[in-house]
Design a protein around this ligand. Structure first.
Ligand code: SIN
Length: 294
């Protein structure tokens, strides 16, 4: 028998049973994947939108970056988030630290222990990341779960009148605050969404891999639909957000040490629960370079 015919993959994809999310069994992200395994993982990513790789143990940050690079080029970590110091940023330019840990009075990463509200990452940029990998190094005894919502389903199940209304609309995505509500350095506090600063994207986008349409909302705060009277923009966005975050579109990740979650930022939103600030949570994240939103 030809050798290729013997190459049986040992990967198993176990769906969460919810609107999105699946476990990838049989992959330790520290090891090299065969072409066949990588094909399977990519297909599972397109199908389930969020993949969980559990039981990786301790992952060197270079390995996390190498694994993430299997899905595309990596963005450099945002400068504002690099509180780990120059050496860390120089050694790991593609790693963002998400943490509430404070060393010598300086937070080592972003978002603290606050709740992070529903959002997709960095959609206030012209080319937001296509996805992210998030790796759990330290987790609190409770809280800090990360929830993901399926934006294909949200679009497909929109009431017909709402779907028709938003089909060709665009939205301004606010750059001024992060998902924990903190004002970013150099930005003015926006009180009127008509003055929001950030990228403008279609409200409904087409996923470049699957060709499917999905809602692309970014974040609610300071969002604005250009060309609409403010009250109408607010009412439409409220209706869209109430629909998009319905519990039936959501799956929640309860972290275990060594978990790596890979999510597609184009067709999902996520949010994070707050947790006790006296406990520690330390995560490392990569972001995979995205494309223009169409
Ligand atoms: C994020 O919003 O990118 C961070 C999610 C998390 O800390 O679980």
């Amino acid at each position: 028998m030809a050798e290729a015919a013997l190459a049986v993959s040992s990967i198993e994809i176990v769906p969460s049973g919810k609107a999105l999310g699946a476990d990838v069994i049989g992959v330790d992200i520290k090891r090299d994947l065969s072409a066949e395994e990588l094909g399977q993982v990519r297909q599972a990513w397109a199908e389930h939108l969020v993949l969980r790789f559990r039981g990786n143990g301790e992952v060197p940050l270079q390995k996390l970056a190498d694994f993430s690079r299997l899905f595309g080029d990596l963005d450099r970590a945002p400068v504002a988030s690099q509180t780990m110091g120059k050496d860390f940023a120089w050694q790991h330019p593609e790693i963002t630290v998400i943490s509430n840990v404070v060393v010598d009075g300086t937070p080592v990463g972003g978002l603290g222990s606050y709740e992070a509200v529903w959002h997709s990452d960095m959609t206030y940029n012209a080319t937001p990341p296509k996805g992210s990998a998030l790796y759990a190094v330290e987790i609190p005894p409770s809280g800090g779960d990360t929830h993901f919502a399926n934006m294909y389903l949200a679009y497909e199940t929109l009431p017909t009148n709402l779907k028709a209304q938003v089909e060709h609309l665009h939205c301004v995505h606010d750059a001024s605050r992060n998902s924990a509500g903190e004002l970013r350095m150099g930005f003015a506090d926006i009180t009127d969404p008509r003055h929001t600063v950030g990228a403008v994207h279609p409200v409904v986008r087409t996923h470049p891999v699957t060709g499917k349409r999905c809602l692309f909302l970014g974040r609610r705060r300071n969002a604005y639909l250009p060309g609409q009277p403010l009250e109408e923009s607010e009412a439409l966005l409220d209706a869209l957000w109430a629909h998009a975050t319905r519990p039936e579109f959501v799956w929640a990740q309860q972290w275990q040490l060594g978990d790596v979650i890979l999510w597609d930022n184009r067709c999902t939103m996520h949010r994070r629960d707050s947790f006790d600030p006296s406990t520690r949570r330390l995560m490392y994240r990569t972001q995979i370079t995205g494309e223009a939103v169409i």
